[in-house]
Write a new protein. Sequence first.
Length: 78
Amino acid sequence: MADEGRTIRINDSLHLDKDVVATIKTDLKKYLEEKKEITMAEFRDIARTSRKFAVPIMEYFDSQKLTQRVGDKRVLRG
């Protein structure tokens, strides 16, 4: 499915449907534009997932230069 472009590789062991990732990204950007920063617990709630999956997803957004880690929080890059 990744070869067909239907999933996005988050890390070696986690692939998510591209529409799910797009929805999480939209929700994250909207939250950060309003609040300016987000904790992992807040992101976990926005992504409607457990911390086990929230951490690698947030690290994926860091690697895509959408977010940047500042201490225990994340902010929008740029």
